[in-house]
Design a protein around this ligand. Structure first.
Ligand code: F6P
Length: 335
């Protein structure tokens, strides 16, 4: 491939290698890219354009929405409504499914997204992101909830955009994982991180330690062994990170390995995990597995879960293969 290959060029060239591909998918991706560039711009301008702080509303999860949660959701919906490529959408910020407005044709894909992941970080100027997942839909239907409730293994594409020191898009269509950096001067995402692979050797974990008293035994055991370092059963020292922004944690793991956990905890029996299956766990699982890692609830592979609700939450353990396998084995031993 030539130098400075753009995301659009990359996707079109990938599609050419797939017999029977119609090319419509690259158009859809283009609209996601356009939305993410707009979001990047708003996030970057921040206080200068008055977009920081809370809105006067809560989302379906009962969380106070940030102004930017609402703005970024509107940007995604507007950018994806008109193109005739989607049959419907679902957003972490919206209770019900989002229909395509009557005046536009409907297409064969479904888009699910978390328009601003990690938004509690926005007012303290830390990294946030947009996560998206694309599913195929039966053609010519007005999609119902069942059309969306499909296993993560059926995703045709998943990606996220990180609004950090650089704006970076990470993407998979099931043929590996590639990273593209937004060149602000020319307004294009350029392939900068081809074929991302999660390093297998790792000694870094990410977990919200303030919830320790609510974890199950297998997770308690894993973390205790990490913390006991060189003198413990692992025989090496571990480092810890917690950014409270899933996109940033996953990007770190893709670049230097490690493990991230938001495990099952007993705080609220009706809420077995914090993160959402459809907008967070599934797309990240697709990316992590395509980069050679693993993603599990601790008991089941995330991509094999049959979703029960569009806003369902799940326990999430992801990262370097050997570490996730270790945690799964601790869960099995505990059963
Ligand atoms: O789902 C939103 C999210 O902000 C994730 O991006 C992040 O990993 C997690 O929640 C942070 O949780 P906590 O607020 O418990 O640190």
């Amino acid at each position: 491939m030539p130098n400075n290959i753009t995301l659009t060029q990359f996707i079109i060239e990938q599609q050419r290698e797939m017999p029977g591909a119609s090319g419509t998918f690259s158009l859809l991706l283009n609209d996601i890219v356009t939305a993410c560039k707009q979001i990047s711009h708003r996030v970057n301008r921040g206080a200068l354009i008055g977009v920081l702080g809370n809105a006067d509303s809560e989302n379906i999860q009962g969380e106070v929405q940030k102004k930017l949660d609402i703005i970024t959701n509107d940007i995604m919906v507007d950018a994806l409504s008109w193109n005739g490529l989607l049959a419907g959408m679902a957003s972490e910020e919206v209770d019900d499914l989002i229909s395509i407005p009557e005046q536009y044709p409907k297409g064969k894909y479904l888009a699910l997204f978390d328009p601003l992941d990690g938004s509690s970080n926005i007012d303290v100027n830390l990294t946030v992101g947009t996560i998206f997942s694309i599913l195929r839909c039966r053609e010519g239907v007005d999609p119902e909830i069942e059309d969306f409730l499909r296993k993560g293994s059926e995703q045709v594409c998943a990606g996220f955009v990180l609004y950090g020191p650089s704006t970076i898009m990470v993407l998979t269509t099931g043929h590996g994982v590639n990273g593209f950096t937004l060149d602000q001067d020319i307004g294009e995402f350029i392939l900068t991180h081809p074929n991302m692979r999660i390093p297998e050797e790792t000694s870094e974990f990410a977990i919200n330690m303030s919830n320790q008293r609510f974890w199950e035994l297998p997770v308690q055991r894993y973390i205790e062994e990490c913390i006991s370092g060189k003198d413990g059963p692992r025989g090496k020292n571990f480092n810890m990170r917690w950014i409270a922004s899933l996109v940033a944690e996953v990007y770190r793991i893709l670049t230097r390995g490690g493990i991230f956990m938001y495990p099952y905890d007993t705080r609220n029996p009706e809420r077995p995990g914090k993160l959402r299956l459809m907008y967070e766990a599934n797309p990240m699982a697709f990316i992590i597995e395509q980069a050679g890692g693993l993603c599990s609830t601790g008991r089941e592979r995330i991509l094999d879960l049959k979703p029960e609700g569009i806003h369902q939450r799940v326990p999430l353990v992801l990262g370097s293969k050997e570490e996730v396998e270790k945690i799964i084995s601790y869960h099995q031993q505990n059963n």
